[in-house]
Design a protein around this ligand. Sequence first.
Ligand code: G3P
Ligand code: MG
Length: 258
Amino acid sequence: MSSTSPRVIAHRGYAADNPENTVAAMRAAAADDRTDAVEIDARLTADDRVIVFHDDDLSRLTDAPPAVSDTPVWELSYDEISSYTVGDSDELIPLLAEVLAAIPPSITVNLELKHPGCEGLQFGAVDAAAREAAADRWRPFVERALDIATATDHDLLVSSFYEGALAATRAVDPAVPVAPLVVDDVEPGLTLADRYDAAVIHPPLDLVVESDFVARAHAAGYRVNAWTVTTPAEATALAAAGVDGLIADTPGVLSELS
Ligand code: G3P
Ligand code: MG
C-alpha cells in the first residue's frame, strides 16, 4: 500500500467546480495548490484541429442548433464549433494549444485521447495485424496532438480507452508515457500496460474498490490512477486501497484525507 497521499489529477479541470475542459477550468485547477496534474480530453475536428472537449457532439454542453449539435465533432470544422460556449459559462471550446498555454509547466498534463471518428479497437485487440491497422488509423490524430503537447514544457501522460491510441503514441514518440484506461476488468488493463510499456494504469474506482487491482498493478510495476472521484468517501476508500492518483471532479474530495 502507498504510504503517501495520492496525487490529485483535476478531471476535465475539476468538472464539478468549473466549466469542463475550458481554459478557465484549467487556470482554476492549476491555481489550486492541491492539484498535481490536470486531465483533459482531446479530439480532432474535421479540419484537423486538436480541441479539448469530452463528448462526441455538442448537444450536452452547448446551445448549438441541431444541425451542429447532432453532428459528430470530427465531422465539423473548428470554425463551425468555436463560437459556442460551454455550459452556463462564457468559455469557448478551446484548442489544445490554448489550454496548454494556460497551465503552468509545473502541472503535469494527462492528455486523454478520445476517438477521432475511427473507434477501431478498444480492449483486448485480437491479433498483431489488427493492432497495426488500428495504430495507423490513429496516427494522424496522435501526431498532431503530440506535436502540440511536446512543444510545451509540461510533463505528459497520454491515456486512452483505445488500443490504437496507445499504439500510435508509442510509435510516434516512445518517450511519452502512456496509461491504458480500463473499463471493468483487471486483465485487459494489465495486458495493455505490458504491451505498451505503460507507466500507469487508469481503472474506474469501482474496480479498485472491488478487486485486487492495485496490488496486481503494483506487483507488475505500474502506478494506478483511479477515476472518477466525486466524494470524500470515495477518495478515502481509494487511498486505503493504495492508489497513486485520484482523477477527481473537485479537490474537495480530499477533505477527509490527512
Ligand atoms: O481519464 C479518466 C476519465 O476522464 C475517463 O472517462 O469519460 O470522463 O473521459 P471520461
Ligand atoms: Mg477523460
